[in-house]
Write a protein that binds this ligand. Sequence first.
Ligand SMILES: O=C(O)CCC(=O)C(=O)O
Length: 273
Amino acid sequence: MSEAKRPTAYFDTLPPDAVSEELAPVIDDLGLADNCRQLVMQGWTVVEQAASLEFNARLREKIMQLSPSGGSNMLLAKDPVFAEAVLNPNLLAMAEFSVGRGFLISQVAASVRPDGAASIGLHADHNWLPSPFPAHNMLLTACWACDDYTKEGGATLVIPGSNNLLRHPSAHEVREVAGAIAIECPAGSVAMWDGNVWHSNWPRNLKGERVVCHITYTRLMMRPVEDYSASADELISEHGERMAQLMGRQDFLMGANGADYSKLLTTFNNAKR
Ligand SMILES: O=C(O)CCC(=O)C(=O)O
């Protein structure tokens, strides 16, 4: 009798730095092979001219309209221009490479930084994941720079290679910011980094605003199997605070109005305990 056939496709995990055979022609067509390599080696990369200048201007204008107090979130539901951004072929290809086929959208937010804006503080975007970080990246952040990125203008700061440490920076490392460089690139570029790399931004010392659309894609693993959001209010009123925790209502992620940054530090600290 022949041996029962096992579904071998269940076991063919690609190494973290490999481009799948399905994705390879797309990466080649878009000229993104060097970006993939840089993302793996250094934890960050930039895709310049990700779309037309007309698109960049439209995106910037919409962010300014929707961000009266310096920022906004839940943007995918607020205007179709954000669907164009998250579905941009360059971003989709890099996301598939970095966080795997079937990846999900996690966040579409914006920041508007005026002259004098302070640094956000050094961190890794795997902030709600304990270290050591896994071999495969879980989150890809794509920051659409609607304005030129320069150090003086408050560009994103990155510590190349810190992605290989697979951990969060210590308080000392956050203060020192040793080895940091500015990601300098023209308006219309998309700066991307994995969940591991330590980054922040430089203070802005330039007139006018730095406008950025922050897009995060996440690996399919990060999604609960069942979606209880429609029943959450009822379950919580019946069962209380521990049910609220299970429904994700005690963390900063995904409230009724998007992320609740007043709970950000508690969430990050919870995730490391
Ligand atoms: O605003 C920036 O330049 C950096 C943003 C950032 O740290 C993030 O989106 O994780």
